[in-house]
Design a protein around this ligand. Sequence first.
Ligand SMILES: Cc1cc2nc3c(=O)[nH]c(=O)nc-3n(C[C@H](O)[C@H](O)[C@H](O)COP(=O)(O)O)c2cc1C
Length: 171
Amino acid sequence: MDNELQLAADELIVSKTDLQGTITYCNRVFMRITGYSAADVLGRPHTVIRHPGMPRGVFRHMWETIEQGNEYCGFVKNRTSGNDAYWCFSVVTPDYDSKGRRRGYFAVQRRARREAIASITPIYDQMLAVERRCPKAEAPAASLRWLRDHLAEQDTEYEPFIIMLQRGETI
Ligand SMILES: Cc1cc2nc3c(=O)[nH]c(=O)nc-3n(C[C@H](O)[C@H](O)[C@H](O)COP(=O)(O)O)c2cc1C
């Protein structure tokens, strides 16, 4: 249980959703790593692979970013059908039709650096602790506020911090 799987350096997990986050496409790497077939996940919410170690505030930030038409990047821990876990560096971006109307989102996920996972894990643990202290409805906003304050204390913001971790730079 909760054994950790590793993505190979050249592997990319691709998934697409509608505007609500319901899965409309997944590639073969997604199926191999998660252990789900296309039939298992198409039409289901992307939460199907949510890992309980992921703070809700991270997804609040993801949705705020992509609903504003921007690209989100971040570290996501997911859970496979066999209850194993895998970390990835995830980029999620809006998907438009030929008339320029937003029709959904797509995600490309690649291997996260070990050092980045080691840095983000205690931050996520603190966000989870903030969430446990709040009523459920307020938890995502509260932990996201904590994260933004925490990064501001280090003179940085979410996106430059994440990119710095994935590149292996230090503050
Ligand atoms: C394109 C796309 C990809 C996503 N990928 C993941 C993912 O890999 N893991 C995950 O837990 N949530 C992912 N999400 C976010 C989920 O939709 C959902 O917000 C999240 O699992 C948290 O669940 P909750 O909103 O019920 O708290 C993705 C959303 C989109 C639009």
